[in-house]
Design a protein around this ligand. Sequence first.
Ligand code: GLU
Length: 439
Amino acid sequence: MTTTRFAPSPTGYIHIGNLRTALFNYLIARKAGGQFILRLDDTDPERSKQEYVDGIMEDLEWLGLTWDRVEKQSERLEHYEAAADELRKMGRFYECFETPVELDLKRKKQLNMGKPPVYDRSSLALSEAERDALRAERGAGHWRFKLDQQRIEWKDGILGDLSIDAASVSDPVLIRGDGQFLYTLASVCDDIDYGVSHVVRGSDHVTNTATQIQIIQAMGGTLPSFAHHSLLTGPQGEALSKRLGTLALRDLRASGLEPMAVLSMMARLGSSEPIELRVSMDELIEGFDLSKFGAAPTKFDVEDLKPLTSKYVSGLPYATMADDLRALGVPDAIATDFWDVARDNMDVRSDVEQWWTLCRDGAEPLIDAEDAEFVAQAKTLLPEAPWTTETWGQWTKAVKAETGRKGRGLFMPLRKALTGMQHGPDMSRLMPLLSKVNL
Ligand code: GLU
């Protein structure tokens, strides 16, 4: 069975970059009729917060990325303990006592000598007695997985054939000196236990994947298929990492962007397929193909979500809006006509309020000084209510005959006088809906 997971650490809210990972994994699972797991990587008790767990769930729900199962790493520590014991028995796990400062110094020395900063395994050479002495002096050490120093190869779902020399990678630390399990061990245990078949994550995890492959193999697990998507950059190709804080999903939601607009874009951005608005999750699932994505960094501009949102909102059928319109106080008798007029003039869904206020209360007229006389004249020609879709035509015809104005000079001042705006709905269709003008 196809099983994927989205594995955020609840140490902050999720942003557009995380969404990409979540969405790819979700779509792969749904397309295959498989399972999508929400896994909370919360082994860091200090930084993980319930508020972020709730926030992540809220954001995923807003997008409609439903999960079949939720798991928390903090509730599985005994599994990680057992896995660590296994690795110890196999001789693949060793305790190290270097302090961060010592490690840093070693790295600097290596770099100065033009060597890659790979951990030198000096703790591996310690005798039992030396280890005991260090433990007595410095407290419990941290634990590293002993990599087999050979090439680690896999066929990546996006990057193609990859090969990493394990000798160029430090033996990964899996348990910290204070006993905290680190992500790599916990992730591998979970992926094996939950039968995760596909792991898609950012390309910043490529080296992790290499080491995880060896750990999975050591533990006798089945390797999932790995794929690493490129990282998002800003519109000019600049690193997005610093700006990601402003691209939290909750901020996008608050700015009125529509989930389907966000999803439609993120399911295609960085692939060879065009970005097209999809109005249902089924369509999105149907049109998703991981193999179309490329390795190059993906430019992302939050502005591009606006036209997609506007397009989505314009396409919303009356039935979807009916409750909102009723809540606004739009009478049922004119609600479909009103929606048909408003829908083509919306950036975000909440703009509908502004159009309803205009229809109900009329606008503050916008009259340029040079048009004052013209508008006053036009006012005397305004037909009596009730207005129909013919009214605008009849009125402007009469005003034209009387004043000699035509084209933009005729229509624009009248539009501005009636709506207070230069742009907006088709006036013929709007006029029957205006219950008040403030001329
Ligand atoms: N918690 C990890 C992260 O957010 C998960 C990475 C993974 O998908 O394995 O980077």
